[in-house]
Ligand binder design. Structure first.
Ligand SMILES: Nc1nc2c(c(=O)[nH]1)N[C@H]1C(S)=C(S)[C@@H](COP(=O)(O)O)O[C@H]1N2
Ligand SMILES: [Mo]
Length: 424
């Protein structure tokens, strides 16, 4: 299988922030995409396996490091459909996650290996005045918007779930932050004209099952949400086109919501006049209707609702569990935080297992849906172990919980993280 694009077209792994400020050059975008027609990305041959192994910090956490087309080194969770996790050290390099190490998650095995950018159409129909089919060129001509937002899988960190639950055992790398460029979903819906009586909008991509009876991966948003002017149809990611595995040529961006709604290779938008009861809305991706989506593992008859808004999280990125630190000198600790469906209000750091907390300094604000850097220092005065903890509080005063979330899907983990270091 040939390489599809020149890897240098993509954001350098070491670069701290995407290169755009101002509109993406539309002409060069289409020129670049034209180059994608030639090759396939998930062709017959499997990606070459590196022998490298890493260990995620839970049972069954042994993983291979692999490379897929348009991707750098990633942690392999599953081959087909691909589930690739971002190696955690990537999050220490900056608040934007490079495209080539942005995590990948698909549900259905048949994913197009090439897209013809000239014939591709986004169809908008259902409960609308005029069903339409938009070419990429037409979408690129619309007013462009840009937004930093975190794409986090509902099941990020599921591998830590205790008791264990079925599902992909991700470490903490099924998340990423990017600068997304595209158009508002509202502007596209307005072109078709939503009719009175519409209640939801459903999204579908180009991926399918092996058998025709496999339900398509479709997700829906309430009409008000879809029309809020923030939900976006994106064609740019960190200043360049989306990698195929992250949804080229178009994907939905639902700022502040779990990425199950961020439909990739978006090809069909359908306005519904009744609530969507398809499998992926009605049966899968449900959480307990409780604060934080948590419940007792043995609880019965818990009311379940579709997963929705992100909750705050924060991580230490420059010190690993078991790291050695020097005694008697200030030690710089840094990491990333996010507020979820709103911004970060504060980040607190503890070097004594949560007995005392200090306010961490916050880095540049790229908007409320973005990762935000934080940093703090501490001095290890006595020899021994130091349990470092970090806790984010968002601007709705929602803070990370001290005890882990549990639910049968292994969704929404956001417990206060800890890293134990010891003096030399
Ligand atoms: N078409 C399509 N879109 C999809 C999915 C999918 O299986 N098919 N999975 C969703 C889920 S559950 C996640 S976590 C994100 C992953 O986005 P990424 O692969 O760009 O990181 O895509 C979402 N959009
Ligand atoms: Mo997901």
């Amino acid at each position: 299988m040939e390489a599809l694009v020149n890897p240098t077209d993509y954001v350098n792994a070491e670069s701290p922030a995407p290169s755009t400020s101002g509109p993406l050059p539309r002409r060069s975008f289409l020129k670049m995409t034209a180059g994608l027609i030639a090759g396939g990305i998930l062709g017959r041959s499997l990606p070459a396996f590196a022998a490298k192994l890493i260990q995620l910090p839970f049972a069954n956490g042994s993983r291979q490091l692999v490379r897929f087309p348009q991707k750098g080194e990633m942690i392999l969770l599953r081959q087909r459909p691909p589930l690739l996790e971002t190696p955690f050290e990537v999050f220490d390099r900056g608040v934007f996650t490079p495209n080539e190490q942005f995590f990948v998650r698909w549900h259905l095995p048949v994913i197009p290996t090439s897209i013809d950018v000239n014939t591709f159409r986004l169809r908008v129909d259902g409960h609308v005045r005029t069903p339409i089919e938009l070419s990429l060129k037409e979408i690129l001509r619309q007013p462009q918007i840009e937004l930093a937002a975190i794409n986090q899988c509902s099941g990020n960190s599921r591998g830590f779930s205790s008791p264990r639950v079925p599902g992909g055992e991700w470490g903490n790398g099924a998340m990423g932050n990017a600068l997304w460029t595209g158009v508002t979903l509202k502007s596209i819906l307005d072109r078709a004209g939503v009719l009175p009586g519409a209640v939801q909008v459903r999204f579908n991509g180009l991926d399918t099952g092996q058998m025709p009876e496999t339900p398509l991966f479709m997700k829906s948003l309430d009409l008000d949400h879809a029309m809020d002017g923030e939900v976006m149809v994106a064609y740019g990611m960190n200043g360049t086109q989306l990698p195929m595995l992250n949804g080229f040529p178009l994907r939905l961006i639902v700022p502040g919501w779990y990425s199950t709604y961020w439909v990739k290779m978006l090809s069909h938008i359908e306005v519904l006049d009744k609530p969507d009861d398809n499998y992926w809305m009605h049966t899968a991706y449900l959480i307990p209707d409780t604060p934080g989506g948590t419940m007792a593992p043995d609880a019965k008859d818990v009311k379940m609702v579709p997963i929705n808004r992100l909750v705050p999280r924060s991580f230490i990125t420059n010190l690993r569990d078991n790291a050695t630190v020097r005694r008697g000198v200030p030690i710089a600790v840094r990491g990333i935080a996010f507020g979820g469906d709103t911004g970060v209000k504060s980040v607190d750091f503890s070097s004594d297992g949560g007995t005392t907390w200090q306010n961490a300094a916050l880095g540049k604000d790229y908007g409320r849906y973005s990762f935000r850097r934080w940093n703090a220092t501490f001095v290890a005065k006595q020899p021994g172990d130091y349990k470092l903890m970090v806790k984010a509080t968002n601007s709705n005063d929602l803070a990370q919980p001290a005890t882990p979330t549990w639910n049968p899907g292994g969704f929404m983990r956001n417990v206060i993280e800890q890293v134990t270091v010891h003096t030399a």
